[in-house]
Design a protein around this ligand. Sequence first.
Ligand code: SDX
Length: 424
Amino acid sequence: MDNAAKMSLNGQEFELPVVVGTENEIGLDISRFRGESGAITLDSGYANTGSCLSSICFIDGEKGILRYRGYPIEQLAQRATFSEVSYLLMNGELPTATENAQFRDGLTYHSMLHEDMKKFFEGFRHTSHPMAILSAMISTMSTYYPEVEEDDIERNIIRLMAKAKTVAAFAYKKSIGHPFVYPKNELSYSANFLHMMFSVPTESYDVDPILEDALNVLLILHADHEQNCSTSTVRMVGSSGANLYASVAAGVSALWGPLHGGANQKVIEMLEQIRDDEGDLQKYVDRAKDKDDPFRLFGFGHRVYKNFDPRATILREQCKKVLDRLGVDDPLLGIAQQLEKIALEDEYFVKRNLYPNVDFYSGIIYRAMGIPTKMFTVMFALGRLPGWIAHWKELREDPKGRINRPRQIYTGYQERDYVPLAER
Ligand code: SDX
């Protein structure tokens, strides 16, 4: 393996040191390149650019591999709990029984919001999108725990992990005009969330173990995904020294976009549109291929996975299992399966390596749980929270960490003189 790549520019030779990761990924270090050549590199959408060294998550897009701290996603989804996986991502190792018990206690006993925080919900309209509420309330937490600026980062990580599910459930209750339901200490993370979502003061919701397990798997599958748009946003904001809550609130906003975490909501809306259009699947596949039509098949395609998204494979099986065990016959599942079949046989999709991604099947399971479509991206955010926090911690603990500040190539006017208003 060469230890440097050679580049020549305007008759000058430059050496770019080669960086090799533990999975033999190769990077060219250009950190000195502008200083030596006066030129910068340009990579719209950062598809070919690494922003950091990280030991949290590994993805092989060609082989459909996803590992959290070295553990394959298939094993974690099948055998771990979300709290174990959260601990793993944020601390680097699976917790011992004692560590797991202490961590789970933290996620339980910090679930309540400060009573004054409930007043913020009075200002939201019942039609407010829950992602706006989640981002606002996470940012607001920094006003209740100002000491987040000091060194008790671990306590604030626990607070954020524990309270985010409560904010999410309260946002749902606000949207339907129901009173907030407080967490129950005896329940698991997933069961507590479902309890707060669906219990009412007059009747406690019996959490179906099938749904508790399904939510546990969904949260694990969404927990981290290396330098995706929202995680890179959390790192960008955190690199300025912004506190944990401010950095994660920015990640929530980035995730909201329909090309990112907002896709799971758009998938269901797309499937419902197809259902209501007499199930004319080919029409929508043709629209997705038409460059003059802005319509895209939501839930298809991925920047990294050019073969299959291992999370979609797990969710496809989970979807059938949950609906069968619940005896739910959701016509949208049939449409999704037919759409997948048509797309995977269509030359346009095959040529561009467009396969179902994590968002394609997740919404159908959320629907089976009774979670409304507008809450789907909030569910993604609850899952991604430990990943965001893990990356925020990693950048903060990097002794060589610097503020993220990319350059640009200017394409505007060259120098010109001011023209007084009277002469314009
Ligand atoms: C997530 O980064 C992550 O890891 C994200 C994520 C995570 O866990 O954090 O995995 C979660 O965000 C999953 C993706 C959810 N988004 C969607 O399902 C929205 C639909 N998908 C696309 O918009 C798109 O595939 C992206 C955004 C996912 C990826 O976009 P890229 O990498 O910029 O690819 P591209 O837009 O350049 O597309 C390449 C080609 C184009 O056609 P040509 O210009 O080559 O002719 O593929 C076409 C695109 O038009 N294309 C699609 C398509 N996705 C890409 N055409 C129709 N339908 C689609 N869904």
